[in-house]
Design a protein around this ligand. Sequence first.
Ligand code: GDP
Ligand code: IMO
Ligand code: MG
Length: 432
Amino acid sequence: MKVDVILGLQWGDEGKGKIVDVFAPQYDIVARFQGGPNAGHTVEFDNKKFILHTIPSGIFHPKTINVIGNGVIIDPFNLMKEIQQLKDSGIRPEENLLISKRAHLILPTHRVLDMAYESLKGQTKIGSTLKGIGPTYTDKAGRNGLRMGIIASGDFTEKYHQLKKSHGEILGCYGFKLAEQCIEELPFDVYEQKWFDSINELKSYALIDSEEYLNKSLDEGKSILAEGAQGSMLDVDFGSYPYVTSSTTISAGVCAGLGISPHRIGKIFGIFKSYCTRVGAGPFPTELCDETGEAIRNSGREFGSTTGRPRRCGWLDLPALKYSIMLNGVDSLIMMKADVLSSFETIKICTHYKEKNKITASFPFDLSSETLEPVYANLDGWQKPLRDIESFTEIPQELTTYLNYIEDALGLPIDIVSIGPDRTQTLKKQVL
Ligand code: GDP
Ligand code: IMO
Ligand code: MG
């Protein structure tokens, strides 16, 4: 068997959580391969709404095993909060959640460093979720990090304090004192104690060599779905650097983030919204800073799942999508939130960029150039509600034209169209 992949092709929040939940019953295992609690993956069913940050979105299906892979970074406080919320709703994550021993820990001081670095950047701040992502991946690459596998060892507390001390020294150089900081609105010391309490609670969860488990499962004929976090435009190499996250969000990240050979990667599903959003700072060529952008935001309820911040909204960007498809080797497309554009008479799609009177369909090195302008095609809107449609055959003609236009431009089929947040509001072209 091979590992299929679901990942976001834009700037995150494409609807990965919803689709992973829809696909999960067809897979034995769902595994997250990168990112951390900066992710916010929403799953809705039976009038209930859950937002997952670290736990894979297959958790609501008891027969599906959910693995937090080695490429993920874990904040014990956040993870235990998430586990508790699920338990309060009758879900039993202790029965189908496995955690890699090699996943790195987000320390309280990583979160303080994140805040400090952002505030030092001033006008050029990234708009980080402040979950400690950048500093934790920095320590991983710098070979200073602490991994889940050591939480039960005798010298864990000593190693923690060594790293905390060196973080404190860095913070001190910039004039930040740990004792004066708050995390999650709690004084540092109080938060730190809760962080240690969470570590203790996590000891009762299955900490495994996930790369061994996943490869053995494939050998035994089990199916695996890898769940991406963030989106390709936030990838540390190929996103709009430096306005990116600190992990490899593209399909190549699956291999390193789960310990899987490239030979074992199967089908790659790329998810995009029928328009674009971005939360945080950084270039966004098709952004609409007007009442149309506001209308998309209100109709799509575009507010961050992790931070609650309003998401910036704009028209679909085909050059950016083409670039993402190339990077990921996408086989099949999934378009989300078609219903959000139902009220628009005309819908624009960016087909090219114009830079200094030159038209190009290529994705530029510097997306932030002030002279870069999107070139649009205008398509008729469908102006009909979609939420009660039950099959592809009932899709309004104008939406079919919109889908065909995108498929032709990208050279790939759109196999799923999502028409609402609930798991049932999902139209499949064929059995996948
Ligand atoms: P993720 O990070 O990619 O999992 O996406 P998020 O959960 O952050 O954001 C997607 C948002 O859109 C969530 O609030 C979903 O409930 C919602 N959503 C997903 N699919 C649809 C859809 O087809 N239509 C509408 N209106 N909302 C959707
Ligand atoms: P999901 O998985 C949207 C953005 C942040 C910021 C930048 C860096 O829900 O799609 P970080 O906290 O990683 O240092 O932030 O990346 N960002 C996301 N935007 N969806 C996400 O995840 C994101 N994770 C990070 O807003 O601009
Ligand atoms: Mg999200």
